[in-house]
Design a binder for this molecule. Structure first.
Ligand SMILES: [Zn+2]
Length: 496
């Protein structure tokens, strides 16, 4: 029998966010430490863990033991207490339930903690310390990972989602598990190379079904086809983290051929460097986006609120687009806003009740002023819904906290949530009696995560250059730890 442990945590840490990822928030989000609850939550999803389960299930020689899993929505860096807790619980579980033939780690790759800027690499290093050099470690990461050499050095296999929005978490996890198993069985001897050109890709240019990312992935396909290459990854990186490894990177894994691995990673990095201008284009201004949406012959036109990308660490209560819409007289617009206090007022008013309040813009100074409304509560819910269609990351169950729908007297349809919520599923609206296809304009908080939900119904999609903690304009931020130079922050950066 081949015994494989799986344990992990997933966090994308926005170091410019004012909300730390505290242990209390991790606990409230749910820390699972027993196999039945991990299976119940993830085995039927399309996420990384589900891919690990799928590979183990069809192999009669494999026993996969889930030990620990937790994830928390993007926000600030993990506190020291939270990171210590998670690291220690994972390491202790692996130590106490061993010995193991392999370990599979479902991580994100962009976690930061105050003492450990490369928090994912730190965990992999600790796991390596416990299991020793002879036990293969497979790590499956998100495409927004900021990958440091430490992580690659301590793992045997590193795979990374190759789609954005992330609809291949399951497939890439299967690849990670299969290559790790082949390593256990002695069929391959993986050797990896990491290449990190001084390059960022703007969040607006990260969609993998469009140029230039689509073209870059074709280059990766060419490298993948070379004999001896086991896996290649294009890693977009996560620009809202002020850490040394922030930026794009490229991984190649070969069967015991270090020179080939280095060359394959290098070829992809050179191709990306050649596309650096195309990889760094900005978005449409708020006013221009609203005017285009207003003039469109039919809806829904979906406006992506880039600065309030909840999936990137924003609070989900931005009002920049709402204020501009009111100023421009653009009315028929649907948007979700996080505002637990106003949800409370709506619950008190009840369905059909009148409401007068100021909505959103309360988390910090970056996401607009509160938006004054008068209107009627049209629905209330617990904010829980399920999406069985494709979602970013393959997740299935959503919980926005107690929620309600409000129709304002001047024509806006607002979904108010108690938790920061992106728009990854149309069920967010439909469970509150709102039919999104009937709307002229939908504001979706996010860049890529809402796309699987919105693209099938959108007549047009516009990425809006809104201010906020996930703005596409990286010149807004003061970085202290990042590498210098990095294109485009240093437009004259030279490489190689
Ligand atoms: Zn991601």
């Amino acid at each position: 029998m081949i015994r494989i442990a799986t344990a992990g945590y997933q966090h994308e840490s926005n170091t410019f966010s004012s909300i730390p990822a505290s242990l209390d928030l991790w606990r409230r989000s749910g820390i699972l430490e027993d196999a039945p609850s991990i299976r119940a939550e993830y085995a039927t999803s399309q996420s990384t863990l589900a891919g690990f389960f799928a590979v183990a299930e069809v192999d009669p020689e494999v026993e996969l033991v889930p030990l620990f899993f937790t994830r928390l929505m993007p926000m600030g860096a993990l506190t020291r207490e939270a990171a210590e807790f998670i690291f220690e619980r994972i390491v202790a579980a692996i130590r106490d339930h061993g010995p193991w033939d392999a370990v599979l780690l479902p991580l994100h790759g962009a976690a930061v903690s105050v003492p450990w800027p490369d928090a994912d690499g730190e965990l992999v290093r600790r796991v390596r310390e416990i299991v020793g050099p002879g036990v293969p470690i497979g790590v499956a990461l998100d495409m927004h990972a900021n990958i440091a050499q430490q992580l690659v050095d301590n793992a045997d296999i590193v795979t990374v989602y190759q789609t954005n929005p992330h609809i291949d978490a399951y497939e890439m996890a299967m690849q990670c598990a299969r290559l790790t198993l082949q390593t256990v069985r002695g069929k391959i001897r993986p050797t990896s190379a990491l290449e990190m050109p001084p390059l960022l890709v703007n969040i607006l240019c990260q969609g993998t079904s469009d140029a230039p990312m689509k073209d870059l992935l074709k280059v990766a396909d060419t490298q993948r086809a070379r004999p001896g290459v086991l896996s290649v990854s294009v890693v977009e990186g996560y620009p809202y983290a002020d850490v040394a490894e922030m930026g794009m990177s490229f991984i190649a894994i070969t069967d015991n051929d270090p020179a080939l691995a280095r060359d394959a990673a290098r070829q992809m990095a050179l191709a990306a460097w050649g596309m650096r201008e195309a990889l760094n284009q900005g978005g449409t201004s708020i006013d221009a986006a609203l005017q285009r949406a207003q003039a469109a012959p039919a809806g829904p036109v979906v406006l992506f609120d880039v600065g309030d990308n909840v999936g990137g660490g924003s609070p989900g209560d931005s009002t920049h687009i709402l204020h501009a819409a009111r100023r421009l007289g653009v009315r028929a617009l649907l948007q979700a806003v996080c505002d637990p206090a106003v949800v409370g007022l709506c619950q008190a008013a009840g369905v059909g009740g009148r409401i007068e309040a100021s909505v959103g813009g309360k988390s910090d100074g970056m996401h607009g002023a509160p938006f004054a409304i008068q209107g009627r509560v049209t629905a209330l819910s617990d904010g829980c819904y399920e999406e069985t269609g494709p979602t970013h990351g393959g997740f299935r169950f959503f919980n926005d906290g107690p929620s309600c729908a409000v129709r304002t007297d001047d024509g806006y349809t607002l979904v108010l949530t108690s938790r920061s919520a992106g728009s990854s599923s149309l069920q967010q609206f439909r469970t509150l009696g709102i039919e999104p296809t009937a709307m002229k304009i939908i504001v979706a908080k996010g860049v890529h995560s809402p796309r699987p939900a919105m693209e099938p119904i959108a007549k047009e999609m516009i990425w809006v250059a809104t201010p906020g903690v996930t703005t596409a304009d990286l010149a807004t931020f003061t970085y202290r730890q990042r590498r210098v130079p990095l294109y485009p922050l240093e437009p004259d950066a030279r490489w190689p």
